[in-house]
Ligand binder design. Structure first.
Ligand SMILES: Cc1ncc(C[n+]2csc(CCOP(=O)(O)OP(=O)(O)O)c2C)c(N)n1
Length: 581
């Protein structure tokens, strides 16, 4: 059967067809839907891990047990999982082990734009890069075969365009694979120096063997057309090149590491002008130059996403190029949703002008005007450790005591380590866990504090208060983040203490728990003085009519959170009623 699937749906289907037993992942755009789609495959055990390092280690355990295992993550997730990755390259695998890493060129939804191909070279592991959904599925199946043949983990790189766009896929039967048993071989799996020294030599030899394998592997393809113009490319860039230069010759790399140098050299002898086109870093360019190959590299942007238009502009400079339609679209800056549980506490923070180390999640948007309530955001988990660093650097005397804000999922990802550290080292910052009972930013995935697994089963629901007590915190308070007055009182109290404090907000994200939504409100213009205090909330449902000098609420957006009711000094906001009988 042939059907349309996104790259991520195709990866999930590939896991099924490849007879994968265990998948453990942590959400992150653009990779999330691979694991989410595994809900539809009852034969695969799939879970949300608390972070990517744990996810890879779970997959490694399943591989050690002789079963096929997979983990999926966004590019920055691989930084978190880099520690086990580097040494799993030494141990090797038992059952096939595949790591899908999804890069985000253009940073549609990411804090940086790193190019994960470097991790293949860094860890000396093979990396495949599909160009469409069919290849996503097929390369995944082949990746398991390569993993078992060479006894090593295999990386698959996707990018946002591949993961999120649909193309046709032929669905096939599930493969019957021989399942192994748990491998009792400590010399292989215990990486003490004596074993690791021997393994490093094996890793280097394996890399040579992988290169020989990819020289003849059918997945790397030579498409000979024009004798004058040719390209070397991989992944989604292949589609762009085909679109702009349908008659050109192409050396299409399926394996971006290690490279089939002899075959590329052969291609260079057959086509006069051969250009490398790639997205982000000049990875292929450097590798091929280091091998002494003479390749052309057009002047291209290293930052941002590639597109057919950019390729056209590079090569067809003087000819008519298509207009970039995206430039004409109105800007739509991100904002916390109307009724977002985070808004109230950020309003309180901004009123108190506190200095806030932020973290990654929907709440990062508290940084935006008019709330202006976050002063740093580096990576998941950094808020608590950075607040502790500020605290220590200023001997706890910083006039605006450092406050860390962190979401529930992010706290459990890597924030918890920072909190343990702050307790242990006698920190005295104030930490706020914004518990909206979901991993909202990436599309409402469950986590250990929601009490539900990826497969929708109920499980133990982690209790932040009990956890904090066990970690040694003495000052633990909870607050409804939409109760602005209470937030202000608690923040004043806790930031004045000479000890570490934890505040936990208790309102669910309205998209995770619809019962939070209530009737919309409206503004009585007779009472509205045009003071604009309600606009300081930055709620997208509230706008200002300049001619009338009055604020108004879009009732189609309002979720009845009543934050604006609480900040309005003139009692001008109340529940919306129609005059219709
Ligand atoms: C290492 C890493 N993994 C994954 C992500 C993707 N990501 C960004 S924020 C976030 C979690 C947000 O959930 P939470 O902390 O509960 O905050 P919320 O969005 O619900 O407010 C995730 C998974 C990332 N940026 N970095």
């Amino acid at each position: 059967m042939i059907t349309l699937l996104s790259g991520n749906e195709a990866f999930a289907r590939g896991a099924y067809e490849a007879n994968v037993k265990v998948v453990s992942s942590y959400p992150g755009t653009p990779s999330t839907e691979i694991t989410e789609n595994l809900r539809n495959y009852p034969l695969i055990y799939a879970e949300w891990a608390v972070n990517e390092k744990v996810a890879l280690e779970v997959a490694a355990g399943a591989s050690l047990a002789g079963k096929r295992a997979m983990t999926c993550m966004k590019h920055v997730g691989l930084n978190v999982a880099a520690d086990p990755l580097m040494t799993l390259s030494y141990t090797g695998v038992n059952g096939g082990l595949v790591i899908i890493v999804c890069d985000d060129p253009g940073m549609h939804s990411s804090q940086n734009e790193q190019d994960s191909r470097h991790y293949a070279m860094f860890s000396k592991l093979p990396m495949l890069e599909p160009s469409d959904s069919m290849e996503a599925k097929e390369f995944l199946i082949q990746a398991f075969e390569i993993s078992e043949k060479f006894e090593c983990p295999v990386l698959i790189r996707s990018t946002t365009r591949l993961s999120h766009s649909k193309s046709k896929v032929e669905l096939k039967e599930q493969k019957i694979t021989k399942e192994g048993n748990i491998e009792i071989n400590p010399d292989k799996w215990v990486m003490v120096p004596a074993n690791a020294k021997k393994k490093h030599i094996i890793v280097e030899e394996r890399l040579k063997q992988l290169q020989i394998f990819f020289e003849t592997a059918e997945i790397n393809k030579t498409e000979l057309n024009s004798k004058n113009l040719g390209f070397i490319c991989s992944g989604i860039i292949y589609q762009y090149v085909k679109e702009v230069f349908p008659d050109a010759s192409i050396f299409k790399l399926a394996a971006v590491y290690p490279l089939p140098i002899k075959r590329i050299n052969e291609f260079l002898t057959k086509v006069k002008d051969v250009y490398i086109i790639e997205e982000l870093d000049p990875f292929l360019e450097r590798e091929l130059r280091a091998e002494g190959l003479t390749v052309r590299t057009p002047k291209r942007p290293i930052c941002g996403e590639m597109s057919p238009d950019i390729i056209k502009n590079i090569f067809l400079k003087n000819k008519k190029t298509t207009k970039n339609i995206y430039n004409d679209l109105p800007a739509r800056p991100p904002n916390l949703c109307a009724g977002c549980a985070h808004r109230g506490i950020f309003y309180a923070i901004s009123k108190l002008k506190l200095f806030v180390t932020g973290d990654i999640g929907c709440y990062t948007l508290g940084y935006l005007s008019p709330l202006n309530a976050i002063h740093s955001c580096i990576c998941m988990g950094a808020s608590i450790s950075m607040a502790h660093g500020i605290d220590k650097a200023t001997d706890g005397n910083y006039s605006k005591k450092a406050v860390a804000v962190i979401g529930d999922s992010t706290f459990l990802h890597t924030g918890i380590n920072g909190l343990i550290n702050a307790v242990y080292n006698k920190g005295c910052s104030t930490v706020i866990i914004l518990d909206n009972r979901t991993t909202a930013m990436t599309g409402h995935q469950d986590n250990p504090a929601t009490g539900i697994t990826l497969k929708g089963e109920s499980t133990y629901k982690l209790n932040f208060i009990e956890l904090a007590k066990a970690l040694g915190l003495k000052n633990i308070t909870t607050v409804d983040p939409t109760d602005v007055e209470k937030c202000i009182t608690i923040l004043k109290e806790e930031t004045n203490k000479d000890e570490l404090s934890l505040i936990i907000t208790t309102k669910a994200c309205l998209y995770a728990d619809k019962s939070v939504i209530s009737n919309p409100h409206s503004i009585e213009w007779d009472k509205c003085t045009g003071c604009k205090l309600c606009l300081k909330l930055g709620c997208p449902a509230i706008s200002f009519n300049i001619e009338e000098n009055k604020a108004s609420i879009d009732i189609t957006l309002c979720t009845g959170c009543t934050l604006c009711v609480k900040v309005c000094k003139f009692s001008a906001i109340s529940e919306y009623t129609t005059n219709d009988d």
